[in-house]
Design a protein. Sequence first.
Length: 263
Amino acid sequence: MAGQDGSGDADASTKAASAISCPAVTGSLPEIPAEARAEVDRNLALLDTQLAEANKRLSTSQGEGGPNFVQNAILGPLADKRKSTLDRIAISIGRHAEKPAGLDALAECTLSDGGAEAGSDNGGGGEAGGAASPTAAASQPAEEQGGGAGQGGQEQGGGAGAGSGQTISCPDVASGIGDVPAAAQAEVDRNIALLQTQLDEANKRLASSAGEGGPNFVQNAILGPLKDKRASTIDRIELSISRQGSTAPSGLDALAGCSLASG
């Protein structure tokens, strides 16, 4: 795997000879109701797009970052995007038939040797390393258990940033949600708490990463992945509200991005 020996040159040469491979999704889906077919097809196509973009990022990032750059800046964010898309597939099927279980296990991708023959998720075959072992987004399970209080005010962490007195500051999501159906309240609260946990972990990473990577390290390895995680969590908030027949709040996606602020 790239970046395990701490050598930038080794990391670059590994990336040059590797592509990202993701588990196939279509073979794990049940019979898709006709009413859900168009939405499922759109999300399967989106999985392909996400994989293609990640492989493009991999091929253009040789020499960037430290030994964990590929994991932190490419594989981790890709897993978050795939998880959100897989959630939408499961929910769209669940509206008309039994909701498929276990699709989350297909979110994580790996590096495979042998060039750019990255597999397709839409049933086209050629999925290199089809049953990929989970290696990406290692912090995700811990996040899902997170219980930080994210309600009210601007979400802010308290860690010092890379020895410069900076912290990461994120827009408040809770205040933009509006009225939440009673049946969705618990799930919305869990995801609001998860946003705070994600921010706390990003600030902890910022505080412990002094001297790592190049000038774009914080953006590529911390702020970028944090934005992807927040976007996935915000998607789940919107879906939990719309699932109850209410109109999902609009404009929440604009709150996914965070920035550095002086501590």
